[in-house]
Design a binder for this molecule. Structure first.
Ligand SMILES: Cc1ncc(C[n+]2csc(CCOP(=O)(O)OP(=O)(O)O)c2C)c(N)n1
Ligand SMILES: [Mg+2]
Length: 557
């Protein structure tokens, strides 16, 4: 005879069936039956301080593993707070399951306490939104949620749970563990691709998106090497190709190397694998013509709907990056690639662009030297996390990403992502070194999760670059409205003491020579740490100053 279980118990049993080992939450009275079932389940629960942070932690785990991150939040305000993480998962194509408490079924539609229509609220942000009204359908709908979140172009799924459904008992069998389908390129498209490569003079490769793996990156590297192809990573996807590889030639981020952009413009064949070449990597939709690029475009994507969405590809290949990388790993060129020297030249340009040694900025803290030091002392597979702000440029341009699953950065440019992402990463892989780069504005968007890092004993390292302003916006102000500073200045706390009162390790760094010993003490402390680095506000980018930008804007008048 089948045992009767509450909805809460059935749900937690489904999570276990699907291999969930960790989840993040801020508790609510709307899902007490789930919390009760978690009491004696083999799932590590991280209780967070704000649902935005909780959702970002889960999303970060989804990014690192390719398996859905799991987050539980309460209805209404919990759900709207969590929206920050749902939007990131959407734009980053990350599998994420957000379980949300819902009012009791009998009260639905009355605008009951904290009631929200999740279908309406998350309709354009989530891949699927469902409300489970019958506990006996939990195995079916939760299984579907796992499949939807991970299939095709992955994304977030929101599952609403009426609270009385969670306490109702039902007799129902568990689902089988989810299994995601790969889409493989056939022999004909691969043969066509080989012909295109054989005919090309100046081919380039751009990798992006999700549904990669460490093995896929190895496979793809073998292919790139055999064909001597220059490989570019899309915005915030530098973990998809090692910066040490002789084919690696840079990334398509904000403030990308102009020479790199020129090489892509001048190419005659672009192989775009996994990415969508959306607004930022396409430099505001200007890199390639829409809908018909001048260059031959071979676009490989796991979602058929993404092929032909923005760019009409010369050849569209419907395949997951993993399956495509596996298929091309063994391909070899018929003749020695004619572009080998161009690839070496592109690589040289990247090496010059990403060398922090010659960088000089205003003020006593030289970030070029700081980055040089980090390159020397941190392991190659250190996980770097960041949110949004000009500070992120130091990581994106000067840290050589060399390992898969070593980068957590939102392509949506969502501030406040770095710290929760770092918590999610360190909770998943405690043996990996985790470094969060944050701005003074960025950090305090989810700075409360430093308490979560302390609570769970997660020695992550925060490098907090304090320029006393929302620097990015100030930079834009100086460009468009020179001298008219408006709503961008910040008065900051002493972040060294902030770290200490939370129970972490704090350091204050004002001069270059203070950085290395502060870093060493922070790493030796074994605690979550903040290096409060005071940056000259004039040092707005590695190569420009606020005064310089203002003067240029005024003279352009
Ligand atoms: C959630 C969110 N709110 C607002 C913005 C707009 N925005 C982008 S960068 C930025 C300033 C970041 O300031 P800070 O973290 O101090 O970094 P800085 O640019 O000074 O290095 C703002 C407000 C955003 N990207 N995300
Ligand atoms: Mg700032």
């Amino acid at each position: 005879m089948m045992a009767s279980r509450t909805g809460g118990r059935i749900l937690v049993d489904q999570l276990i069936t699907h291999g969930v080992q960790q989840l993040f939450c801020v508790p609510g009275e709307s899902f007490l039956a789930v919390l009760d079932a978690l009491h004696d389940a083999k799932i590590e629960v991280t209780v967070c301080r704000q649902e935005g942070g909780a959702a970002m932690m889960a999303e970060a785990q989804g990014k690192l593993t390719g398996r859905p991150g799991v987050c539980f939040v309460t209805r209404g305000p919990g759900a709207t707070n969590a929206a920050a993480g749902v939007h990131i998962a959407h734009q980053d194509s990350t599998p994420l399951l957000l379980f949300v408490g819902q009012v009791a079924r009998g009260a639905l539609g009355r605008e009951a306490f904290q009631e929200l229509d999740y279908g309406a609220v998350f309709g354009t942000m989530a891949k699927w939104v469902v409300q489970v009204d019958d506990p006996s359908r939990l195995p079916e709908l939760v299984s579907r949620a796992f499949h939807v979140a991970t299939s095709g172009r992955p994304g977030p799924v929101v599952i609403a749970l009426p609270e009385d459904m969670l306490t109702e008992a039902a007799e129902v069998a568990d689902a089988l563990p989810y299994a995601v389908a790969e889409t493989y390129p056939g022999a004909a498209p691969l043969a066509e691709l080989q012909l295109r490569l054989a005919a090309a003079q100046r081919p380039v490769v751009i990798v992006g998106g999700s549904r990669w793996s460490e093995t896929a990156v190895q496979h793809f590297s073998a292919f790139a090497e055999a064909f001597a192809l220059p490989v570019y990573c899309s915005f915030r996807r530098q973990m998809l190709f090692s910066a040490d590889h002789p084919c690696y030639a840079g990334d398509l981020g904000l403030g990308a190397n102009p020479r790199l952009l020129e090489r892509i413009r001048q190419s005659d064949l672009i192989l775009l694998v996994g990415g969508r070449l959306s607004e930022v990597p396409s430099q505001g939709y200007e890199l390639l013509d829409i809908p018909s690029p001048k260059q031959a475009l071979v676009h490989v994507h796991a979602d058929a709907d993404e092929l032909g969405r923005l760019y009409r590809a010369t050849q569209a290949i419907h395949a997951t990056p993993q399956a495509f990388a596996h298929a091309v790993a063994a391909l070899r060129p018929a003749a020695p690639p004619a572009w080998r020297a161009a690839t070496a030249a592109a690589r040289e340009e990247f090496l010059r662009w990403s060398d922090p040694a010659p960088i000089r900025i205003p003020g006593p803290l030289q970030m070029g030297e700081v980055m040089q030091h980090l390159r020397e002392v941190l392991p190659a597979d250190t996980i770097f996390c960041n949110g949004a702000g000009n500070f992120a440029t130091w990581v994106h341009r000067f840290w050589p990403f060399r390992a898969f699953a070593s980068q957590l950065a939102p392509t949506s440019g969502s501030m406040g992502y770095g710290l929760p992402a770092g918590v999610g990463a360190k909770r998943l892989w405690p043996q990996r070194e985790v470094v969060v780069f944050a701005g003074d504005g960025d950090f305090l968007m989810h700075g409360q999760e430093f308490a979560t890092a302390v609570q769970y004993g997660l020695p992550i390292l925060v490098v907090l670059l304090d320029n006393a302003m929302y620097g990015t916006i100030r930079m834009h102000q100086e460009r468009h409205y020179p001298g008219r500073v408006s709503a961008t200045q910040l008065k900051n706390p002493d972040f060294r003491r902030y770290a200490e009162v939370f129970g972490g390790h704090g350091e204050r760094v004002e001069r270059t020579e203070e950085f290395a010993p502060a870093l060493a003490r922070a790493r030796a402390s074994g605690r979550p740490a903040i290096l409060h680095c005071l940056l000259d506000p004039e040092a707005i980018t590695p190569g420009s100053t606020l005064q310089g930008i203002r003067a240029a804007a005024l003279s352009a008048g």
